[in-house]
Design a protein around this ligand. Structure first.
Ligand SMILES: [Zn+2]
Length: 473
């Protein structure tokens, strides 16, 4: 996500001491990777969606139960902090609903319990380590009227974070992550998706993956979609979007918008950003990349093969947000990381990559602006005795600290290190991206591969002991 403020963020007056207890263990190391397969069938009728989701996976734990993470449940409450309510819910606060109809494991109907506090579902079915398991969940969604990942506004529908997934196994246990109002909470394994979508034929469908075929009957389109080696699957639909496309280096770039007088500018930015990051960090690895100008309360949001830029954003800020979200195709989508316990891992790299995008395309001034912005933030935070540490669980931060530390100071760490070791840094990042393609990297991996013998630099930034390191360059 790009935390680009659409308006001034009010200063936090309260002290978030509780947050310190919310996420205790910042560095989770033993993440067991697996590659689930999803079979999803959706029948869409505007804000009402009938869903059937089957997940095939090999259990990495022996347990009497399975825990599913299901963020659609979070939409039964307000999904943003107080200061973003008005921007997110322009038509008044209202809530979505997830009606679960049945859950079965290996075709046996199971009992389950929904925990709306942390958006999880406990399914009472034993699982065995190493055994293939198929979970099927049938449910109905009613989308809320809001500008967010899951919901609709101004006849634009966003169906993201709509399906449950098996909680990741960390340190031998299910790792449930409560929904975060300021950032993302996910730890997603590379997956494959087979998705069937039925929707009235006057809608344009935007999605992750390839369209395998489409049939039309009684004015209903049925799409068969497929995606491999992706972290998630995003769907959006609207009757009022225009699409422009262009193909370059085997990638189909598509841009969807409701209003834009110069749509080809955005396509050029997409192409340039993708080419820059391919050169610096290695191949994109997919055939499609879509950019959507959509209702969203923050600057932008990334999904596999689909990036969103807020339609409330000023036109001159779009380039930066597009580059940031496309950088996430490497940092989070290609190289997975834990957005809940280590949000700096993908966000600081996406922000640094944006600065590199400018530098690599002849805009050294903008790169310098990124550097100055970071140093100014660091100076102010030192004077005001504010948080400096970029490390921490997403819910450990206030909204103000999250944006300043994870994004701004995080990218300043990379920019400062780049000024010391130069292109060796991008070579190491390419090596890191190659080694962890379709896997999940941890802070320790970044330390070993990117910082090599210089882990003191990283540790100083992680722990907020950056007075000397940050200001010396
Ligand atoms: Zn981001």
């Amino acid at each position: 996500m790009k935390e680009f403020s659409l308006f001034l963020i009010p200063i936090y007056l309260c002290c978030c001491i509780f947050c310190l207890f919310a996420c205790k263990d910042n560095e989770k190391k033993d993440i067991v990777d697996y590659y689930p397969k999803y079979d999803i069938s959706l029948k869409i009728d505007e804000e009402n969606v009938d869903c059937s989701v089957s997940i095939d996976y090999t259990s990495n734990i022996t347990s009497n139960f399975i825990i599913l993470q299901c963020y659609s449940i979070s939409y039964q409450k307000a999904v943003v902090d107080e200061e973003y309510i008005e921007e997110t819910y322009p038509n008044g606060v209202n809530f979505g609903k997830t009606y679960i109809e049945s859950i079965s494991v290996d075709e046996k109907i199971c009992e389950y319990m929904v925990n709306s506090e942390n958006s999880s579902i406990i399914v009472y079915s034993p699982v065995e380590y190493g055994r293939n398991t198929r979970i099927k969940i049938c449910y109905k969604l009613k989308l809320a009227n809001l500008k967010h990942r899951l919901g609709y506004y101004n006849s634009f529908y966003s169906l993201c974070s709509f399906y449950p997934y098996v909680c990741p196994i960390v340190d031998g246990e299910y790792s449930v992550r409560e929904y975060s109002k300021i950032g993302e909470s996910e730890l997603l394994h590379t997956s494959s998706f087979n998705v069937s979508v039925s929707i009235s034929n006057n809608y344009v469908l935007i999605h992750t993956g390839e369209e395998i075929n489409k049939t039309t009957e009684n004015k209903i389109d049925t799409y068969h979609l497929q995606a491999n080696n992706v972290r998630d699957f995003a769907i959006m639909y609207s009757k009022n979007v225009t699409m422009r496309s262009s193909t370059e280096n085997g990638i189909n770039f598509r841009y969807y918008y409701q209003k834009d007088s110069t749509p080809f500018d955005e396509i050029e930015i997409m192409k340039t950003a993708t080419a820059t990051f391919e050169k610096l960090f290695g191949e994109y690895g997919h055939k499609n990349l879509s950019l959507v100008l959509a209702p969203f309360p923050f600057g932008g949001m990334e999904y596999s093969e689909v990036v969103v830029v807020s339609d409330s954003l000023k036109e001159q800020s779009r380039e930066e947000v597009i580059a940031h979200e496309i950088a996430h195709m490497w940092w989070f989508m290609k190289v997975g990381s834990d957005e809940y316990y280590s949000p700096w891992l993908d966000e600081s790299l996406a922000e640094f990559s944006t600065a590199l995008y400018y530098l690599d395309n002849g805009n050294g001034k903008m790169f310098e602006l990124f550097r100055q912005r970071g140093l100014k933030e660091l100076e102010n935070r030192l004077i005001e005795n504010k948080r400096l540490s970029i490390k921490g669980c997403v819910n450990d931060f206030t909204s103000d600290d999250y944006s300043a530390c994870v994004y701004t100071l995080g990218s300043t760490m990379w920019i400062t290190y780049y000024s010391i070791i130069g292109p060796t840094l991008t070579d190491r990042l390419k090596e890191y991206a190659t080694l962890f393609e379709n896997k999940i990297a941890t802070e320790k991996d970044v330390e070993e591969i990117v910082f090599k013998n210089d882990s003191a630099t990283l540790r100083a930034w992680l722990n907020g002991e950056v007075t000397a390191v940050g200001l010396s360059s």
